[in-house]
Design a protein around this ligand. Structure first.
Ligand code: PHE
Length: 409
């Protein structure tokens, strides 16, 4: 906690948090302050449980195999967040509109994978890394610009992977003149990749079964990440819907090589902790993770990690909504995520959802206008019309002065 304060103060003093594109409103006033609160719910429940379950995987000395890291600064270089993971320069995930860049070379990490290379370089073979990650995104009950991920990485030497297999000493991790196929990378042997994939999938399946129940319905979906191949997503059937809970895969050998672990093979996964906790405990809205309301938090207190937490949802207080319509600037400079950021920075956690309800282009002048519905709800009490009106008017005038739109009120 203290370390985080120091980091933050240091950054403020060095002016890092004042410059740049998105540091003005939300970032400076709200977003980074979140780090000082840290989600109590995650601390008490899912985060600890996930780590706890991994502690059962023992290494050769009978000690927990995975080391746990949760104090790495969320301020990373663009190189760490993207280049170190082989994400190409023109990749859509680098968009300014989706990330919190502090300046050209520095940003708030968009995923915990940003630290893969540095921890492998430090010599770690099996680690878990939990932390806050930042993305500019839409506004609804499951999206919030800061959330938490947990990354897991495990590397294997030839001996570690094959020693349990009969005749395994004859097998090799690598295949000198191989080709890249949908199943494997060029330098890997198929038998090594299949064993690794089996280990990855069975580790994660048992994690999810422990967290949900042994009967939970799961499915693996092939997918693509620039830093793993092959790559998979794990989906869980929850209340009749398939829900993605994690991404994972066999680490790209180029990354291991750049981290000095070229003689090993590895798998990595990244899971969203709020997502998991929302499902496990029936938490209806992601903003509740930042609640200071004891009626909510006390349910997550208590020492015994074996005792499952059965969360009783707070009844929701009524919501109010107000629409806002405006003409877009003719320069074409309007971006939806800028507007969402502005609504967050002025409306704070009162804003539950923002949706575009109408779009219109004037047939003669060619000017476009858009209309958004803002849903306001307080997590802990009933809002008054008057309160909402004040906030809404502040959003209207901030939109006009900061985004160059012209209100149609
Ligand atoms: N970093 C990926 C994400 O945020 C998840 C991931 C981690 C995928 C590790 C593969 C390996 O979506």
């Amino acid at each position: 906690y203290l370390r985080q304060r120091v980091i933050r103060r240091g950054l403020l003093r060095r002016g890092l948090l004042h410059r740049g594109f998105y540091t003005r409103g939300f970032l400076r006033r709200g977003l980074l302050r979140r780090r000082l609160l840290t989600s109590e719910v995650l601390r008490r429940s899912s985060y600890i449980n996930v780590v706890f379950l991994f502690q059962f995987i023992l290494g050769p000395m009978g000690n927990p195999l995975f080391s746990v890291h949760d104090n790495l600064s969320p301020v990373v270089s663009v190189e760490q967040n993207f280049d170190s993971l082989l994400i190409p320069p023109d990749h859509p995930s680098r968009k300014k509109g989706d990330n919190y860049y502090i300046n050209r070379t520095t940003m708030l990490r968009a995923h915990t994978s940003a630290h893969q290379r540095e921890l492998v370089s430090a010599g770690l073979d099996a680690f878990l890394l939990a932390g806050d990650v930042y993305r500019r995104d839409e506004i609804d009950c499951s999206h919030y610009p800061v959330f938490h991920q947990m990354e897991g990485v495990r590397l294997f030497s030839n001996h570690e992977l094959f020693s349990a297999v009969e005749g395994g000493e004859l097998l090799s991790l690598f295949e000198p003149n191989g080709r890249r196929t949908p199943q494997k990378q060029e330098e890997h042997s198929l038998e090594a990749v299949k064993l690794l994939e089996f280990n990855l999938k069975s580790t994660l399946t048992s994690l999810i079964q422990q967290l949900f129940s042994p009967e939970v319905e799961l499915r693996w979906v092939d997918c693509f990440f620039p830093f793993t191949h092959p790559s998979f997503e794990l989906e869980v059937l929850f209340r009749g819907q398939w829900m993605e809970v994690l991404g994972c895969g066999v680490m790209e050998q180029r990354i291991l090589r750049s981290a000095g672990a070229e003689h090993k093979l590895g798998w990595a996964f990244g899971l969203g902790l709020e997502r998991l906790a929302m499902v496990l405990f029936d938490i209806p809205d992601i903003r509740l993770f930042w609640s200071r309301d004891e009626r909510f938090l006390e349910q997550f207190r208590g020492g015994d990690l074996h005792r499952p937490i059965s969360f009783k949802p707070l009844s929701k207080f009524p919501s109010l909504h107000n629409d806002i319509s405006f003409w877009l600037p003719e320069s074409g400079s309007f971006s939806q995520n800028d507007f969402f950021d502005l609504v967050r920075s002025v409306g704070g956690d009162l804003v539950e959802q923002v949706t575009r309800v109408d779009q219109f282009t004037h047939p003669k002048t060619g000017r476009s206008s858009e209309c958004y519905r803002i849903v306001y709800r307080h997590m802990e009490r009933t809002l008054t019309q008057q309160e909402v009106k004040q906030t809404h008017e502040r959003i209207e005038s901030a939109a006009e002065s900061q985004l160059g739109v012209r209100g149609r009120y």
